[in-house]
Design a protein around this ligand. Structure first.
Ligand code: ADP
Length: 404
C-alpha cells in the first residue's frame, strides 16, 4: 500500500509519499507561499536531487495538483498513474476531546474538525483546506485524519484540568490537550524497543524540542501529562513563544503596553521565547554561534534548558520513576549544547550522561547517550511523524476494506 501524507498549513503544504510495505518514503516536498507572490513547489524523489519550481499556486487545490503532477511525471515521477495512491493521511492539529485516535475522514468528521476551529483557529481551517482540496481532486481515494492531540487523550483529569471554575472546562472546553502527539508516540515506542522492554513496563520522558517544543510523560506507553496545554503556547519557552508565564503578566502587559487581544497574542507567540530573550534569533543554530560573544544568546539557551530540565524532574515524579529520557526534533536531535545543559546535574535521578559522546555523536542518528553504568537511558531518536500518519492511515483503510 502507498500512502500520501499531507500536512496542510495556511500558506504551505508539506507532503510525503510513503511505501508502507517497504517502510520508507519514496518522495517528499513542500508547496510554499500558496496564494502569494513567489509561490513554489519543491519535489524530492528519495535518493535523487530535489527539484524546485516556481509556479503560481493560487490555492491549495492548485498546490495539490502540482504535487500529483510531480509524482506521476514521466521523467522524475515515482508512479505511473494516480491509481497507485491508495490512501491519503492528513495531519490535523486539534481533535479536541472528540478524537482519541485516527479516523477515516467522512463528511461528519469534517464537520467535527470544523466545529473545533475555536480551539485551533490558525491550524484546523488550514488542515481542512487540504482535506477539501483532496476530496475534490480524488473523491474515491480514502482519507484518514491523524490528530496531534489524540495521543494525549489518555491524560488523567488531574493532569488536564486547570484550576479555573469548573464551568471553564464544561462550557468552554478549556483544559490541557497537548500537541506533537504523533512524535511523542513514535519516539516512546522506539525507546521501548531500545530498552528491550514491553512498552507497558516503561516510564519515559520524551522531549520534542524544535521550533515548537513539548515534553511528555509516557507511562506504560500512555501519555499521562504533557507541557503544551490548551494551546501550543504553554510549556517550555520556544523559538518565539513564551511558554509558561504567570497569567497575571498578560493583563499587566495589556495595560502597560496598551495592547489589545491581538497585540498581546502576538507579543507572546511571535516576539517571545529564545528570540525574545536573545533579541537575536529564534533559530538555535544562531544562538549557539553567538553563545560565547553575546550574553543574552547564552542566557536564552540557559533559560530554555533549565525549563526542560524542570519538566523532566516533574514528570519523573509524576510517573514515580524513569527508565529513559528521549531527545527528538530539530533542536533535540541536533543541538548538543542544549542537551548538555539539560543533562548536567541529573545524576541524583540515576541519569549518567556520557557528555563526550553527546558532543561527538553523529547528527541524524539514533544514539544512547547514557554511560553503561547509568540506570536511566538517554536516547536521541530522530522523529518520524509522517511514518506514524502513513501507518495509521494504512491500518484504518485496510480495516475498512476488510469490513466490506
Ligand atoms: P518545527 O517542526 O517545530 O518547525 P523542527 O523540529 O524542524 O521544528 O526544528 C527546527 C529547529 O531546529 C530550528 O529552530 C533550529 O534552531 C533547530 N536546529 C536545526 N538544526 C540544528 C543544529 N544543527 N543545531 C542546533 N539547532 C538546530
Amino acid at each position: 500500500m502507498k500512502v500520501l501524507v499531507i500536512n496542510s498549513g495556511s500558506s504551505s503544504l508539506k507532503y510525503q509519499f510513503i511505501d508502507i510495505e517497504k517502510n520508507e518514503a519514496v518522495a517528499k516536498g513542500i508547496c510554499e507561499r500558496i496564494g502569494m507572490q513567489g509561490s513554489k513547489i519543491t519535489y524530492a524523489p528519495i535518493g535523487k536531487d530535489k527539484i524546485v519550481k516556481e509556479a503560481p499556486i493560487p490555492n491549495h487545490t492548485a498546490g495539490i495538483r502540482l504535487v500529483l503532477d510531480a509524482l506521476e511525471d514521466k521523467e522524475f515521477g515515482v508512479i505511473k498513474s494516480l491509481k497507485e495512491i491508495d490512501a491519503v493521511g492528513h495531519r490535523v492539529v486539534h481533535g479536541g476531546e472528540k478524537f482519541a485516535s485516527s479516523v477515516l475522514i467522512t463528511d461528519e468528521v469534517i464537520d467535527v474538525i470544523e466545529s473545533l476551529t475555536d480551539l485551533a483557529p490558525l491550524h484546523n481551517p488550514a488542515n481542512l483546506t487540504g482535506i477539501r482540496a483532496f476530496k475534490e481532486l480524488m473523491p474515491d481515494v480514502p482519507m484518514v485524519g491523524v490528530f496531534d492531540t489524540a495521543f494525549h487523550q489518555t491524560m488523567p483529569k488531574e493532569a488536564y484540568l486547570y484550576a479555573l471554575p469548573y464551568s471553564a472546562y464544561t462550557d468552554l472546553m478549556i483544559r490541557r490537550y497537548g500537541f506533537h502527539g504523533t512524535s511523542h508516540y513514535y519516539v516512546s515506542r522506539r525507546a521501548a524497543e531500545l530498552l528491550g522492554k514491553p512498552i507497558e513496563q516503561t516510564k519515559i520522558v520524551t522531549c520534542h524540542l524544535g521550533n515548537g517544543s513539548s515534553i511528555a510523560a509516557v507511562d506504560g506507553g500512555k501519555s499521562i501529562d504533557t507541557s503544551m496545554g490548551f494551546t501550543p503556547l504553554e510549556g517550555v519557552p520556544m523559538g518565539t513563544r513564551c511558554g509558561d508565564i504567570d497569567p497575571a503578566i498578560v493583563t499587566y502587559l495589556m495595560e502597560k503596553l496598551n495592547l489589545d487581544v491581538a497585540g498581546v497574542t502576538e507579543y507572546m507567540n511571535k516576539k517571545s521565547g529564545v528570540f525574545g530573550i536573545s533579541g537575536i534569533s529564534s533559530d538555535f543554530r544562531d544562538l549557539a554561534d553567538a553563545e560565547h560573544t553575546d550574553e543574552r544568546a547564552a542566557l536564552a539557551l540557559k533559560v530554555f534548558a533549565y525549563k526542560v530540565k524542570k519538566y523532566i524532574g516533574a514528570y519523573a515524579c509524576a510517573m514515580g520513576g524513569l527508565d529513559a529520557i528521549v531527545f527528538t526534533a530539530g533542536v533535540g536531535e541536533n543541538d548538543r549544547r542544549v542537551r548538555e545543559l539539560v543533562l548536567e546535574g541529573l545524576e541524583f535521578l540515576n541519569v549518567e550522561a556520557d557528555f563526550e559522546l553527546n558532543m561527538t555523536c553523529p547528527r541524524g542518528a539514533t544514539v544512547d547517550l547514557a554511560k553503561p553504568s547509568s540506570k536511566v537511558r538517554v536516547f536521541v531518536i530522530p522523529t518520524d511523524e509522517e511514518m506514524v500518519i502513513a501507518k495509521d492511515t494504512a491500518r484504518i483503510v485496510k480495516e475498512m476494506q476488510n469490513a466490506k
